[in-house]
Design a protein around this ligand. Structure first.
Ligand SMILES: NC(=O)c1ccc[n+]([C@@H]2O[C@H](COP(=O)([O-])OP(=O)(O)OC[C@H]3O[C@@H](n4cnc5c(N)ncnc54)[C@H](O)[C@@H]3O)[C@@H](O)[C@H]2O)c1
Length: 304
């Protein structure tokens, strides 16, 4: 098939100064995209500001003959997100795709989770996506073309102990994606998500000292950013005409998440008791014939 090209396309990548975001920026730039490398340079906890990571990635893309501009605003604020979108339009006159990738991490036992950390996780993942995608979406509606790539996580969708705030934010992002996909459909805007795994500073922060052991290093070596970046390039490209896809990508395997509902048990009378649930629980939870609703309306149509 033809090589996927981003010639004349402009892509904004939040959290583009490090880790997976940096790999996305480089992959997209190599394919001809003008990239807005957006990163406020915070530490993994979301503290501090450093424009260097965004500038370093943008400068190295420029040095390699590509097109890039750095932006170091905070995506978790309305003005920070708006500024990044305005910079794309001011520099390049258009914005074709957004990869809402910025994020932070914190772990704690659930009963110890500090409220301010929970709020910070929601802010730097969920609000950081909202504040960039909303102004971008308005522009894409006018252009009748757009590609939005959200970043979720298996730690949220399937669960990981000690990551309550992270899991809540990363799963909330899929709710945001669903609505953006449904509202974007008539304007040529797709909204999809990636669930990556890769050996980045965030992954190493979670592994703590274990990351420095031979076993830890061997494990991390199996999770490379270059096994994720091509999948994001596809989702951000014209070649991706599907919407509401969530792709899991790591170690060279790419798979699609399915959020479905079982056929279930339908009370013949329409009335039911708590005891009926006990009686029919196996039928209710039988995943043999899973339905995958495309919206709440599909889900309602399954129960006439
Ligand atoms: N690494 C993994 O295995 C993994 C797994 C699942 C999901 N993810 C997700 O992938 C994304 C990238 O993670 P990573 O592993 O590359 O982490 P990373 O820490 O290497 O990079 C994240 C970048 O986001 C930036 N950032 C954070 N908050 C920001 C804000 N408010 N505004 C602008 N920039 C901000 C940071 O400065 C940093 O450069 C995150 O959303 C993360 O949750 C990563």
């Amino acid at each position: 098939m033809n090589r996927i090209s981003f010639a004349d396309r402009v892509v904004l990548v939040t959290g583009g100064g490090r880790g997976l975001g940096e790999a996305y920026c480089r992959e997209l730039a190599q394919r001809g995209a003008a990239v807005v490398v957006h990163d406020n340079g915070s530490d993994t906890a979301g503290h501090g500001v450093d424009p260097a990571p965004a500038h370093e990635v943008a400068n190295s893309i420029l040095a390699a003959g590509g097109r890039a501009v750095a932006c170091a605003t905070d995506a978790s604020t309305e003005t920070g997100g708006q500024h990044a979108v305005e910079l794309a339009l001011a520099e390049y006159g258009r914005l074709d795709a957004v990869v809402a990738n910025a994020g932070i991490i914190h772990e704690d036992a659930f009963d110890d989770w500090p409220t301010d950390r929970f709020e910070a996780l929601l802010r730097h993942h969920l609000l950081a996506a909202f504040h960039v995608v909303r102004p971008a979406f308005a522009r894409m509606k006018d252009a009748r073309f757009g590609r939005i790539v959200f970043v979720s996580s298996a730690a949220g969708v399937f669960g990981q102990p000690r990551l309550a705030g992270y899991a809540a934010a990363k799963t909330g992002i899929l709710g945001l994606m669903n609505v953006v996909a449904l509202e974007g459909a008539e304007y040529g805007i797709t909204a999809n998500a990636i669930m990556p795994m890769a050996a980045t500073r965030m992954a190493m922060a979670l592994m703590a000292e274990a990351a420095e052991t031979p076993d830890g290093r061997e494990f991390l070596d199996t999770l490379r950013v270059d096994q994720v970046a091509p999948v994001v390039a596809f989702l951000a490209s014209e070649a991706c005409t599907r919407t509401r896809l969530t792709l899991s990508a790591f170690r060279g395997r790419v798979a699609a998440l399915q959020i479905g509902v079982t056929r279930g048990w339908h009370s013949p009378t329409g009335s039911l008791s708590a005891e009926d649930i006990v009686t029919h629980l196996d039928e209710i939870t039988d995943t043999g014939d899973l339905l995958v609703p495309g919206s709440i309306f599909d889900e309602m149509s399954y129960v006439p």
